[in-house]
Write a protein that binds this ligand. Structure first.
Ligand code: RB5
Length: 146
């Protein structure tokens, strides 16, 4: 599975930590679109880069990070085809896959610690969409785009 990851300056350290966790999975190919330093950047630009990789099919999933995770998840959810879930706990991360088939995960670098973030990422990567009644609801979400 190819995963594209990106963060603004508010979560560059968390991005490195998440990449370490993703590297535990031998079948994951990590595509990092930045940012790479502490210089201020605008999170909608990062959301756009990550989500373009997902909607084009180049990456199966994306991970977006900013200070709170809020702005970058809002930006990601403006993009057609994206279902971005802001998850700062493991339960939400699992449910975002099982019930919502989230294709992008957002977290806040100033909100979640490295340990919990690792557990959130592991849960989100390994949990499958349940389909069934949830598929009907996800289809209704996607219909709202039109
Ligand atoms: C940047 O200072 C900060 O606003 C951003 O990382 C994020 O928290 C926005 O939602």
């Amino acid at each position: 599975m190819r995963i594209t990851i990106g963060s603004d300056h508010g979560a560059v350290e968390l991005k490195e930590e998440v990449k370490k966790v993703l590297s535990e999975f031998s079948d994951i190919d990590i595509n990092d679109v930045g940012t790479f330093g502490k210089e201020s950047v605008d999170y909608p630009d990062i959301a756009e880069k990550v989500c373009a990789e997902v909607t084009s099919g180049n990456s199966e999933r994306g991970i977006v990070l900013c200070g709170t995770g809020i702005g970058i998840s809002m930006a990601a959810n403006k993009i057609k085809g994206i279902r971005c879930a802001l998850c700062n706990d493991v339960y939400s991360a699992k449910k975002s896959r099982e019930h919502n088939n989230a294709n992008v995960l957002a977290m806040g670098g100033r909100v979640v610690g490295f340990g919990p973030a690792g557990e959130i990422v592991r849960a989100w990567i390994t949990t499958e969409f349940e389909g069934g009644r949830h598929a009907r609801r996800v289809n209704k979400i996607m219909a709202l785009e039109n």
